[in-house]
Write a protein that binds this ligand. Sequence first.
Ligand code: NAP
Length: 278
Amino acid sequence: MHNAALAALGLNWRYLAFPVPPDQLREALAGAAAMRFVGVNLTVPHKRLALDMMDQLDESARAWGAVNTVRFEGQRADGTWQPIGQWTEPEEPARVRMHGFNTDADALLQALAEDLQWQPRGRSVLLLGAGGAGRVAALKLAASGVARLYLVNRTLDKARAVAEEIRTRYPECQVTLDYPHEPVDLLLNATSLGLRPQDPLPLDTARFPLRLAAAVYDMIYRPAETPLLQAARAAGQPAANGLSMLLYQGTRALEIWTGQPAPVAVMRRALMEHLHVA
Ligand SMILES: NC(=O)c1ccc[n+]([C@@H]2O[C@H](COP(=O)([O-])OP(=O)(O)OC[C@H]3O[C@@H](n4cnc5c(N)ncnc54)[C@H](OP(=O)(O)O)[C@@H]3O)[C@@H](O)[C@H]2O)c1
């Protein structure tokens, strides 16, 4: 989606994937800065590790404790900083710094609003998963006014740590470490169950029947329809996969690097072609 966007914007940049061992993330980032990269995206497990490696943290990265977008910035002669992707000075920057952002959390809410016409304030959510994506989703939902959050995760300690963080930072959100005994406004899957065809459903339907969820969002985007989404749609429930979330974390990252509006339709088309045909 980024390369399609770069072509549409007429930018002679490339978006490439580099597998980096976690214990060499610092060197990889320093190398990217030295090579005057415009920016990078980070994925699991680098998002949390990168937090301590940034020279500057945007509020989004600070709030959610994870960096998925790095913007490299050069220092001008007067000491101020300008993104490398928007560099207008005649001289090359003498120094480069790393500025960390997180675009995942906002992307989730944008996707929920667009795909399911879902708004968080005063709502109840059953959130499955307390890994990297589940943790950020839980914090963002609590920060956005969700009234009741039910957290379920295979490893209870991880869910417990997320619940503690919410109770400290967003005490007005009521957190329960269990399935609800009542209907919820949203069931959100942030586990990786559903990525493989043989995976079981990510929820225990004996404890929480799917029909008790008013809407279902699965962060998984490939396959386009997980067994969870299939079941929800068969029952006539509003349901959406994680494609829009993936799209919007990408559009926001591109805007951070370029300073220009992202060509959203071009990026969505590229994603659909690439993910769902592959
Ligand atoms: N749409 C998007 O833009 C987007 C963005 C980020 C992530 N995602 C998707 O969200 C999912 C989670 O990603 P992540 O970054 O949070 O990964 P992660 O940090 O590795 O977390 C994985 C989560 O899945 C749970 N899980 C894994 N295998 C399981 C199993 N066999 N039974 C029960 N639970 C299991 C883990 O439980 P434990 O804690 O017990 O291990 C944990 O809660 C992935 O499917 C990823 O593709 C989508």
